[in-house]
Design a protein around this ligand. Structure first.
Ligand SMILES: [Zn+2]
Length: 314
């Protein structure tokens, strides 16, 4: 069981309660609180279970960390295309806030099971963090992964907003574009804005990589590629050119991945295999960057469903 210190260096215990159906949320909350009250604080039992309508007064030293793995991780709050995320995110945090003085957010600032395909989520972060503050969240302990190329500048914006939920996101983005991309700031800003908006406005939800062709349709990718071409031409051969090139690799990776899926769909297995091989070459190039443009962890190298299987090769 992990143990955390809060911002005032007070000792806190942390725990995770897993539930697999929103219908069982109440019973999961009550069961979890009953267990952890007994095991963490046996010297001061405060749990009373009397009947079906359980009346629980959990020890206020318990700090729940909310990990919304079953909610959509593509969209933010207040997005009309994803009403379920907005409703349940607020409902669950409010339910915890009614019975305990502090609630932590232990969510996911990345695309779970994603191998490093573009997943720019500024639209999500800029609504979810201020909403979390409004709902009374007192701490963020969010899971991330070092997909620098495919998520930038999302982790940077998240860090700024978690520190100050009133930060001006548009000003932060403009500052990032100018300092990170130099003479290529304008087309790279337009590229990141377009990729961010593609996720925000797509009626496809939560993780994995199967929806990539629909999240980024062909016409959208054509425009994105034109912006990258323009940016590469402006960036020069120095550090700005290297940075544009790093992000460009993640886009090439997306193109190869989508081609692999589409060729497989039409039973072009030879073509699908060639596209898969191209993704592996691109990953090696992405990992050659410092820092790596995608998570170099071998376990995250590829989802098992696309991993090249040496044992199956003739
Ligand atoms: Zn959604």
């Amino acid at each position: 069981m992990p143990i955390y210190l809060d911002r005032n260096c007070r000792l806190k215990h942390s725990f995770i309660i897993k539930y697999h159906s929103r219908d069982t949320l109440k019973s999961a909350l009550l069961h979890g609180l009953f267990i952890f009250n007994r095991h963490l604080f046996p010297q001061c039992p405060t749990v009373k279970v009397s009947s079906e309508s359980v009346n629980i007064k959990p020890n206020p030293r318990i700090v729940p960390a909310f990990a919304p793995i079953t909610l959509c991780r593509v969209h933010g709050l207040g997005n009309p295309i994803c009403p379920e995320k907005n409703y349940y995110y607020r409902k669950i945090i409010q339910a915890w806030g009614e019975i305990l003085p502090e609630v932590y957010e232990r969510g996911y600032w990345f695309n779970l099971a994603g191998p490093g395909l573009p997943f720019i989520m500024v639209h999500r972060i800029r609504t979810q963090i201020p909403a979390g503050h409004e709902l009374g969240i007192t701490g963020w302990r969010v899971e991330t992964i070092n997909h620098w190329g495919s998520e930038a500048p999302s982790p940077y914006i998240a860090a700024k907003l978690m520190w100050d939920h009133t930060a001006d996101v548009d000003a932060l983005l403009q500052d990032f574009y100018e300092k990170f991309f130099g003479p290529a700031a304008t087309p790279m800003g337009r590229y990141i804005t377009a990729m961010d908006a593609a996720l925000r406005d797509a009626d496809y939800h939560t993780g994995s990589s199967w929806d990539m062709p629909w999240l980024y349709p062909a016409q959208m990718r054509q425009k994105a590629r034109a912006l990258l071409d323009e940016a590469q031409g402006l960036a020069g051969d120095g550090i700005y050119g290297q940075r544009v090139g790093g992000l460009r690799l993640t886009f090439e990776y997306l193109e190869a991945f989508i081609e692999m899926l589409q060729r497989r769909t039409v039973h072009d297995w030879v073509g699908a295999k060639a596209a898969l091989d191209r993704t592996q070459v691109l990953r090696e190039e992405m990992n050659a960057f410092d820092p790596p443009m995608a998570n170099p962890n071998p376990k995250a190298k590829h989802p098992p469903r696309t991993e090249k299987s040496e044992t199956n090769n003739p």
